[in-house]
Write a protein that binds this ligand. Structure first.
Ligand code: UDP
Length: 424
Protein backbone atom coordinates (compact mmCIF):
# COMPACT_ATOMS: atom_id res chain seq x y z
CA UNK A 1 0.00 0.00 0.00
CA UNK A 2 1.40 3.39 -0.94
CA UNK A 3 2.27 5.56 2.07
CA UNK A 4 2.92 8.89 0.33
CA UNK A 5 0.86 11.21 -1.78
CA UNK A 6 3.10 14.27 -2.26
CA UNK A 7 6.48 13.02 -3.40
CA UNK A 8 8.25 9.71 -2.85
CA UNK A 9 11.12 9.60 -0.35
CA UNK A 10 13.15 6.96 -2.14
CA UNK A 11 12.85 5.76 -5.74
CA UNK A 12 14.37 2.70 -7.42
CA UNK A 13 15.33 3.52 -11.02
CA UNK A 14 15.96 0.51 -13.22
CA UNK A 15 18.36 0.77 -16.14
CA UNK A 16 19.37 -2.82 -16.87
CA UNK A 17 21.32 -2.48 -20.11
CA UNK A 18 23.25 0.76 -19.65
CA UNK A 19 24.56 2.88 -16.78
CA UNK A 20 24.12 6.62 -16.20
CA UNK A 21 27.84 6.65 -15.31
CA UNK A 22 28.88 5.72 -18.86
CA UNK A 23 30.07 8.22 -21.46
CA UNK A 24 27.17 8.54 -23.92
CA UNK A 25 27.76 8.39 -27.65
CA UNK A 26 28.84 4.78 -28.12
CA UNK A 27 27.64 1.22 -27.51
CA UNK A 28 24.34 1.22 -25.65
CA UNK A 29 24.96 4.61 -24.01
CA UNK A 30 23.00 7.53 -25.45
CA UNK A 31 20.12 9.78 -24.62
CA UNK A 32 18.61 7.46 -22.03
CA UNK A 33 21.79 7.63 -19.93
CA UNK A 34 21.72 11.42 -20.08
CA UNK A 35 18.02 11.44 -19.21
CA UNK A 36 18.50 9.23 -16.14
CA UNK A 37 21.62 11.06 -14.93
CA UNK A 38 20.02 14.50 -15.30
CA UNK A 39 16.64 13.68 -13.74
CA UNK A 40 18.11 11.56 -10.93
CA UNK A 41 20.45 14.39 -9.90
CA UNK A 42 17.57 16.87 -9.84
CA UNK A 43 15.34 14.54 -7.86
CA UNK A 44 18.09 14.26 -5.27
CA UNK A 45 18.23 18.09 -5.13
CA UNK A 46 14.49 18.00 -4.38
CA UNK A 47 15.10 15.63 -1.44
CA UNK A 48 14.18 12.35 -3.15
CA UNK A 49 16.80 9.65 -2.61
CA UNK A 50 17.47 7.78 -5.86
CA UNK A 51 19.01 4.36 -6.37
CA UNK A 52 19.78 3.30 -9.93
CA UNK A 53 20.14 -0.42 -10.62
CA UNK A 54 22.24 -1.32 -13.65
CA UNK A 55 24.02 -4.49 -14.79
CA UNK A 56 27.72 -4.75 -13.86
CA UNK A 57 29.68 -5.07 -17.12
CA UNK A 58 33.11 -5.26 -15.48
CA UNK A 59 34.50 -6.81 -12.29
CA UNK A 60 36.25 -3.48 -11.60
CA UNK A 61 32.98 -1.74 -10.84
CA UNK A 62 32.17 -1.29 -7.13
CA UNK A 63 28.85 -2.81 -5.99
CA UNK A 64 27.63 0.69 -5.13
CA UNK A 65 28.87 4.06 -6.44
CA UNK A 66 27.69 7.55 -5.53
CA UNK A 67 26.89 9.45 -8.74
CA UNK A 68 26.14 12.72 -6.91
CA UNK A 69 24.96 13.21 -3.31
CA UNK A 70 21.58 11.52 -3.03
CA UNK A 71 22.02 9.27 -6.08
CA UNK A 72 23.51 5.79 -5.74
CA UNK A 73 24.28 3.53 -8.67
CA UNK A 74 24.05 -0.16 -7.78
CA UNK A 75 26.02 -2.44 -10.10
CA UNK A 76 24.06 -5.67 -10.23
CA UNK A 77 25.87 -8.93 -10.89
CA UNK A 78 23.78 -10.65 -13.56
CA UNK A 79 25.66 -12.70 -16.12
CA UNK A 80 29.26 -12.31 -17.27
CA UNK A 81 31.29 -9.16 -16.53
CA UNK A 82 31.20 -7.96 -20.11
CA UNK A 83 28.94 -5.95 -22.37
CA UNK A 84 26.25 -8.25 -23.75
CA UNK A 85 24.26 -7.74 -26.90
CA UNK A 86 20.79 -6.43 -26.04
CA UNK A 87 19.27 -9.60 -27.48
CA UNK A 88 21.20 -11.68 -24.92
CA UNK A 89 19.92 -9.69 -21.96
CA UNK A 90 16.45 -11.24 -21.55
CA UNK A 91 18.25 -14.39 -20.30
CA UNK A 92 19.81 -12.33 -17.46
CA UNK A 93 16.61 -10.71 -16.22
CA UNK A 94 15.92 -13.38 -13.60
CA UNK A 95 19.36 -12.90 -12.02
CA UNK A 96 18.96 -9.13 -12.21
CA UNK A 97 15.49 -9.18 -10.63
CA UNK A 98 16.64 -11.47 -7.87
CA UNK A 99 19.46 -9.05 -6.96
CA UNK A 100 17.08 -6.06 -6.96
CA UNK A 101 14.60 -7.85 -4.70
CA UNK A 102 17.39 -8.93 -2.32
CA UNK A 103 18.66 -5.37 -2.00
CA UNK A 104 15.23 -4.24 -0.84
CA UNK A 105 14.84 -7.26 1.46
CA UNK A 106 18.11 -6.32 3.21
CA UNK A 107 16.63 -2.96 4.20
CA UNK A 108 13.69 -1.99 6.37
CA UNK A 109 10.22 -2.82 4.97
CA UNK A 110 8.91 -0.25 2.52
CA UNK A 111 12.43 0.89 1.56
CA UNK A 112 11.45 2.09 -1.93
CA UNK A 113 8.30 4.13 -2.47
CA UNK A 114 8.20 3.69 -6.23
CA UNK A 115 9.94 1.89 -9.05
CA UNK A 116 10.65 3.63 -12.36
CA UNK A 117 11.87 1.43 -15.20
CA UNK A 118 13.64 2.68 -18.32
CA UNK A 119 13.42 0.61 -21.55
CA UNK A 120 11.43 -2.61 -21.77
CA UNK A 121 14.12 -4.89 -20.29
CA UNK A 122 13.96 -2.88 -17.06
CA UNK A 123 10.17 -2.87 -17.27
CA UNK A 124 10.20 -6.66 -16.93
CA UNK A 125 12.16 -6.31 -13.68
CA UNK A 126 9.98 -3.43 -12.45
CA UNK A 127 6.83 -5.48 -12.97
CA UNK A 128 7.99 -8.06 -10.39
CA UNK A 129 9.38 -5.44 -8.01
CA UNK A 130 6.06 -3.60 -8.14
CA UNK A 131 4.13 -6.73 -7.17
CA UNK A 132 6.58 -7.75 -4.44
CA UNK A 133 6.97 -4.32 -2.85
CA UNK A 134 3.39 -3.13 -3.30
CA UNK A 135 4.48 0.17 -4.88
CA UNK A 136 3.59 1.84 -8.20
CA UNK A 137 5.51 1.04 -11.37
CA UNK A 138 6.23 3.99 -13.67
CA UNK A 139 7.70 3.04 -17.03
CA UNK A 140 9.45 4.99 -19.80
CA UNK A 141 9.95 3.01 -23.02
CA UNK A 142 12.42 5.47 -24.67
CA UNK A 143 11.99 3.57 -27.95
CA UNK A 144 9.30 1.17 -29.12
CA UNK A 145 9.93 -1.86 -31.35
CA UNK A 146 6.73 -1.43 -33.39
CA UNK A 147 7.62 2.19 -34.15
CA UNK A 148 11.23 1.35 -34.98
CA UNK A 149 10.28 -1.57 -37.23
CA UNK A 150 7.81 0.61 -39.13
CA UNK A 151 10.61 2.99 -40.23
CA UNK A 152 13.63 0.74 -40.57
CA UNK A 153 16.81 1.76 -42.42
CA UNK A 154 17.54 -0.47 -45.43
CA UNK A 155 20.65 -1.97 -43.76
CA UNK A 156 19.09 -2.33 -40.28
CA UNK A 157 17.80 -5.50 -38.57
CA UNK A 158 14.18 -5.53 -37.36
CA UNK A 159 13.63 -5.64 -33.61
CA UNK A 160 12.76 -9.20 -32.54
CA UNK A 161 9.25 -10.37 -31.60
CA UNK A 162 10.52 -11.12 -28.06
CA UNK A 163 10.91 -7.39 -27.56
CA UNK A 164 7.45 -6.54 -28.89
CA UNK A 165 5.89 -9.15 -26.60
CA UNK A 166 7.94 -7.95 -23.63
CA UNK A 167 7.04 -4.32 -24.29
CA UNK A 168 3.36 -5.19 -24.51
CA UNK A 169 3.50 -6.94 -21.13
CA UNK A 170 5.15 -3.92 -19.51
CA UNK A 171 2.64 -1.50 -21.07
CA UNK A 172 -0.17 -3.67 -19.66
CA UNK A 173 1.39 -3.91 -16.18
CA UNK A 174 2.72 -0.40 -15.50
CA UNK A 175 0.67 1.98 -13.37
CA UNK A 176 1.93 4.94 -15.35
CA UNK A 177 3.59 5.27 -18.75
CA UNK A 178 5.78 8.29 -19.44
CA UNK A 179 6.09 9.33 -23.10
CA UNK A 180 8.60 11.86 -24.48
CA UNK A 181 6.14 13.43 -26.91
CA UNK A 182 2.42 13.41 -27.73
CA UNK A 183 3.34 11.25 -30.74
CA UNK A 184 4.91 8.63 -28.52
CA UNK A 185 1.86 8.78 -26.24
CA UNK A 186 -0.25 8.15 -29.33
CA UNK A 187 1.96 5.20 -30.31
CA UNK A 188 1.54 3.69 -26.85
CA UNK A 189 -2.23 4.09 -27.06
CA UNK A 190 -2.74 2.98 -30.66
CA UNK A 191 0.08 0.53 -31.31
CA UNK A 192 0.19 -1.01 -27.80
CA UNK A 193 -3.41 -0.44 -26.70
CA UNK A 194 -2.31 1.45 -23.56
CA UNK A 195 -5.04 2.90 -21.36
CA UNK A 196 -4.92 6.65 -22.20
CA UNK A 197 -5.51 7.49 -18.53
CA UNK A 198 -2.15 5.88 -17.69
CA UNK A 199 -0.11 7.82 -20.25
CA UNK A 200 1.61 11.11 -19.37
CA UNK A 201 3.74 13.16 -21.76
CA UNK A 202 6.88 14.57 -20.17
CA UNK A 203 9.20 16.37 -22.61
CA UNK A 204 12.91 15.68 -22.04
CA UNK A 205 15.23 18.58 -21.26
CA UNK A 206 18.58 20.07 -22.10
CA UNK A 207 21.40 21.24 -19.85
CA UNK A 208 21.22 24.99 -20.44
CA UNK A 209 24.32 25.64 -18.33
CA UNK A 210 26.51 23.34 -20.39
CA UNK A 211 25.01 23.97 -23.82
CA UNK A 212 25.15 27.75 -24.23
CA UNK A 213 25.58 29.96 -27.30
CA UNK A 214 29.20 31.00 -27.82
CA UNK A 215 31.62 32.29 -30.40
CA UNK A 216 31.62 30.20 -33.58
CA UNK A 217 35.09 31.50 -34.45
CA UNK A 218 36.57 30.55 -31.06
CA UNK A 219 35.05 27.06 -31.38
CA UNK A 220 36.54 26.69 -34.87
CA UNK A 221 39.94 27.83 -33.64
CA UNK A 222 39.78 25.21 -30.87
CA UNK A 223 39.02 22.53 -33.46
CA UNK A 224 41.57 23.77 -36.02
CA UNK A 225 38.90 24.70 -38.58
CA UNK A 226 39.22 27.70 -40.93
CA UNK A 227 37.01 30.67 -39.97
CA UNK A 228 35.34 30.83 -43.41
CA UNK A 229 34.67 27.09 -43.82
CA UNK A 230 31.20 25.60 -44.24
CA UNK A 231 30.92 23.20 -41.30
CA UNK A 232 28.27 20.53 -40.78
CA UNK A 233 28.24 18.06 -37.89
CA UNK A 234 26.68 14.75 -36.95
CA UNK A 235 26.75 13.80 -33.26
CA UNK A 236 25.57 10.44 -31.95
CA UNK A 237 26.01 6.72 -31.99
CA UNK A 238 27.04 5.41 -35.39
CA UNK A 239 24.19 3.09 -36.29
CA UNK A 240 21.86 2.58 -39.26
CA UNK A 241 18.93 4.14 -37.38
CA UNK A 242 20.82 7.44 -37.04
CA UNK A 243 21.77 7.45 -40.74
CA UNK A 244 25.01 9.48 -40.61
CA UNK A 245 25.58 8.31 -44.21
CA UNK A 246 22.92 10.82 -45.29
CA UNK A 247 25.19 13.69 -44.23
CA UNK A 248 28.08 12.23 -46.23
CA UNK A 249 25.92 11.88 -49.36
CA UNK A 250 24.68 15.45 -48.86
CA UNK A 251 28.27 16.74 -48.54
CA UNK A 252 29.23 14.97 -51.78
CA UNK A 253 26.17 16.53 -53.41
CA UNK A 254 27.18 20.02 -52.20
CA UNK A 255 30.55 19.59 -53.91
CA UNK A 256 29.07 18.09 -57.10
CA UNK A 257 26.56 20.94 -57.38
CA UNK A 258 29.27 23.55 -56.83
CA UNK A 259 27.55 24.74 -53.66
CA UNK A 260 30.66 24.24 -51.56
CA UNK A 261 34.38 24.57 -52.14
CA UNK A 262 36.33 21.40 -51.26
CA UNK A 263 39.05 23.32 -49.41
CA UNK A 264 36.40 25.10 -47.31
CA UNK A 265 34.03 22.20 -46.46
CA UNK A 266 34.29 20.30 -43.16
CA UNK A 267 32.03 17.46 -42.03
CA UNK A 268 32.45 16.44 -38.39
CA UNK A 269 31.21 13.00 -37.31
CA UNK A 270 31.30 12.60 -33.52
CA UNK A 271 30.46 9.29 -31.84
CA UNK A 272 31.34 5.64 -31.57
CA UNK A 273 29.98 2.31 -32.77
CA UNK A 274 26.73 1.00 -31.37
CA UNK A 275 24.95 -2.32 -31.01
CA UNK A 276 24.17 -3.95 -34.30
CA UNK A 277 26.00 -1.12 -36.09
CA UNK A 278 29.41 -2.20 -34.73
CA UNK A 279 30.87 -2.24 -38.20
CA UNK A 280 29.38 1.11 -39.12
CA UNK A 281 32.21 3.57 -38.36
CA UNK A 282 34.41 1.58 -40.73
CA UNK A 283 31.59 1.45 -43.25
CA UNK A 284 31.23 5.22 -42.93
CA UNK A 285 34.93 5.74 -43.60
CA UNK A 286 34.63 3.46 -46.64
CA UNK A 287 31.64 5.46 -47.82
CA UNK A 288 33.58 8.73 -47.45
CA UNK A 289 36.36 7.21 -49.56
CA UNK A 290 33.89 5.95 -52.19
CA UNK A 291 32.27 9.39 -52.38
CA UNK A 292 35.76 10.91 -52.66
CA UNK A 293 35.20 13.15 -49.67
CA UNK A 294 37.57 11.44 -47.18
CA UNK A 295 39.58 14.71 -47.05
CA UNK A 296 36.47 16.62 -45.98
CA UNK A 297 35.18 14.29 -43.22
CA UNK A 298 36.70 14.28 -39.73
CA UNK A 299 35.79 11.42 -37.38
CA UNK A 300 35.97 12.22 -33.66
CA UNK A 301 35.50 9.79 -30.74
CA UNK A 302 32.59 10.21 -28.27
CA UNK A 303 33.11 13.52 -26.48
CA UNK A 304 31.95 14.80 -23.07
CA UNK A 305 29.52 17.74 -22.87
CA UNK A 306 31.93 20.74 -22.86
CA UNK A 307 33.80 19.47 -25.94
CA UNK A 308 30.53 18.60 -27.62
CA UNK A 309 29.35 22.17 -27.07
CA UNK A 310 32.39 23.39 -29.07
CA UNK A 311 31.49 21.07 -31.95
CA UNK A 312 27.90 22.36 -31.94
CA UNK A 313 29.09 26.00 -31.88
CA UNK A 314 31.62 25.46 -34.67
CA UNK A 315 28.98 24.09 -37.05
CA UNK A 316 26.80 26.07 -39.45
CA UNK A 317 24.22 23.36 -38.94
CA UNK A 318 23.94 20.07 -37.08
CA UNK A 319 22.40 17.21 -39.06
CA UNK A 320 20.07 14.69 -37.40
CA UNK A 321 19.13 12.41 -40.31
CA UNK A 322 17.66 9.58 -38.17
CA UNK A 323 15.04 7.23 -39.59
CA UNK A 324 13.26 7.67 -36.31
CA UNK A 325 13.83 9.32 -32.92
CA UNK A 326 11.56 9.18 -29.91
CA UNK A 327 12.98 12.66 -29.21
CA UNK A 328 16.59 13.48 -30.20
CA UNK A 329 18.53 15.25 -27.44
CA UNK A 330 21.37 16.14 -29.81
CA UNK A 331 18.99 18.38 -31.75
CA UNK A 332 18.08 20.29 -28.60
CA UNK A 333 21.69 20.59 -27.40
CA UNK A 334 22.83 22.00 -30.74
CA UNK A 335 20.03 24.57 -30.70
CA UNK A 336 20.85 25.56 -27.11
CA UNK A 337 24.34 26.37 -28.46
CA UNK A 338 22.78 28.60 -31.11
CA UNK A 339 23.18 26.20 -34.02
CA UNK A 340 20.21 25.43 -36.26
CA UNK A 341 19.42 21.79 -36.96
CA UNK A 342 18.53 20.00 -40.17
CA UNK A 343 16.55 16.92 -39.17
CA UNK A 344 14.37 14.27 -40.76
CA UNK A 345 10.69 15.08 -40.54
CA UNK A 346 9.87 12.12 -38.26
CA UNK A 347 8.84 11.27 -34.68
CA UNK A 348 10.13 13.38 -31.82
CA UNK A 349 12.32 15.48 -34.12
CA UNK A 350 9.13 17.34 -35.08
CA UNK A 351 9.00 18.54 -31.47
CA UNK A 352 12.73 18.94 -30.96
CA UNK A 353 13.00 21.23 -34.02
CA UNK A 354 10.68 24.14 -34.78
CA UNK A 355 10.61 23.83 -38.58
CA UNK A 356 11.55 27.08 -40.32
CA UNK A 357 12.29 28.79 -37.00
CA UNK A 358 15.03 26.84 -35.24
CA UNK A 359 16.04 24.61 -38.13
CA UNK A 360 14.68 22.72 -41.10
CA UNK A 361 12.82 19.42 -41.30
CA UNK A 362 13.46 17.38 -44.44
CA UNK A 363 11.05 14.66 -45.54
CA UNK A 364 13.04 11.52 -46.38
CA UNK A 365 16.72 11.19 -47.15
CA UNK A 366 17.31 12.53 -50.66
CA UNK A 367 20.90 13.78 -50.91
CA UNK A 368 19.75 16.70 -53.05
CA UNK A 369 17.17 17.88 -50.51
CA UNK A 370 19.60 17.47 -47.62
CA UNK A 371 22.30 19.35 -49.51
CA UNK A 372 19.86 22.17 -50.28
CA UNK A 373 18.78 22.45 -46.64
CA UNK A 374 22.40 22.50 -45.42
CA UNK A 375 23.37 25.04 -48.09
CA UNK A 376 20.53 27.34 -47.00
CA UNK A 377 21.80 27.29 -43.43
CA UNK A 378 25.33 28.19 -44.41
CA UNK A 379 24.15 31.63 -45.61
CA UNK A 380 24.91 34.02 -42.71
CA UNK A 381 21.55 35.83 -42.94
CA UNK A 382 19.32 32.81 -42.53
CA UNK A 383 21.77 31.07 -40.20
CA UNK A 384 21.82 34.13 -37.90
CA UNK A 385 18.03 34.34 -37.81
CA UNK A 386 17.62 30.65 -37.15
CA UNK A 387 20.37 30.71 -34.55
CA UNK A 388 18.23 33.10 -32.47
CA UNK A 389 15.18 30.90 -33.09
CA UNK A 390 17.20 27.84 -32.06
CA UNK A 391 18.26 29.33 -28.72
CA UNK A 392 14.73 30.44 -27.97
CA UNK A 393 13.26 27.05 -28.89
CA UNK A 394 15.78 25.15 -26.75
CA UNK A 395 15.10 27.38 -23.76
CA UNK A 396 11.54 26.07 -23.61
CA UNK A 397 13.02 22.74 -22.44
CA UNK A 398 14.89 22.08 -19.23
CA UNK A 399 15.75 19.12 -17.02
CA UNK A 400 14.24 21.07 -14.11
CA UNK A 401 10.87 21.01 -15.81
CA UNK A 402 11.27 17.37 -16.86
CA UNK A 403 11.99 16.42 -13.26
CA UNK A 404 9.03 18.37 -11.89
CA UNK A 405 6.75 16.73 -14.46
CA UNK A 406 8.15 13.29 -13.61
CA UNK A 407 7.45 13.81 -9.92
CA UNK A 408 3.91 14.85 -10.92
CA UNK A 409 3.60 11.57 -12.85
CA UNK A 410 4.88 9.67 -9.79
CA UNK A 411 2.23 11.24 -7.59
CA UNK A 412 -0.55 10.46 -10.06
CA UNK A 413 0.72 6.88 -10.34
CA UNK A 414 0.61 6.59 -6.53
CA UNK A 415 -2.97 7.85 -6.41
CA UNK A 416 -4.01 5.42 -9.17
CA UNK A 417 -2.16 2.58 -7.49
CA UNK A 418 -3.79 3.27 -4.15
CA UNK A 419 -7.20 3.33 -5.84
CA UNK A 420 -6.48 -0.08 -7.41
CA UNK A 421 -5.36 -1.55 -4.08
CA UNK A 422 -8.46 -0.23 -2.28
CA UNK A 423 -10.72 -1.55 -5.06
CA UNK A 424 -9.17 -5.03 -5.10
N1 UDP B 1 26.58 12.26 -26.63
C1 UDP B 1 27.74 12.57 -25.93
N2 UDP B 1 28.93 12.48 -26.59
C2 UDP B 1 29.02 12.10 -27.89
C3 UDP B 1 27.84 11.80 -28.59
C4 UDP B 1 26.62 11.89 -27.93
O1 UDP B 1 27.70 12.92 -24.75
O2 UDP B 1 30.12 12.05 -28.41
C5 UDP B 1 25.27 12.42 -25.94
C6 UDP B 1 24.55 13.65 -26.47
O3 UDP B 1 25.02 14.80 -25.79
C7 UDP B 1 23.09 13.31 -26.18
C8 UDP B 1 23.07 11.79 -26.19
O4 UDP B 1 24.42 11.33 -26.20
O5 UDP B 1 22.70 13.81 -24.92
C9 UDP B 1 22.36 11.22 -27.40
O6 UDP B 1 20.99 11.40 -27.23
P1 UDP B 1 19.96 11.38 -28.43
O7 UDP B 1 18.60 11.53 -27.84
O8 UDP B 1 20.33 12.37 -29.47
O9 UDP B 1 20.13 9.94 -29.11
P2 UDP B 1 20.01 8.45 -28.49
O10 UDP B 1 21.37 8.04 -28.12
O11 UDP B 1 19.10 8.51 -27.32
O12 UDP B 1 19.45 7.64 -29.59
Amino acid sequence: MTRWLHAPRRVALLSVHTSPLEQPGTGDAGGMNVYIAQTAARMAERGIAVEVFTRATSSDLPPVAEMVPGVLVRHVHAGPFEVLDRNELPAQLCAFTSAVLRTEANNEPGFYDLVHSHYWLSGQVGWLARDRWGVPLVHTAHTLARVKNAALAADDTPEPRTREIGEQQVVDQADSLVANTEMEADDLIHRYDADPAKVTTVPPGVDLEQFTPGSQQAARRALGIAPDAKVFAFVGRIQPLKAPDVLLHAAAQLLAAGKADRSRLVVLVVGGPSGTGLEQPRALQDLAARLEIADVVRFLPPLPGPELAQVYRAADAVAVPSHNESFGLVALEAQACGTPVVATDVGGLRVAVDDGVSGLLVPGHSAVEWANALARLSFPGLRGKMSDGAVEHARAFSWERTTDDLIGAYVRAAVAFQGEVVAS
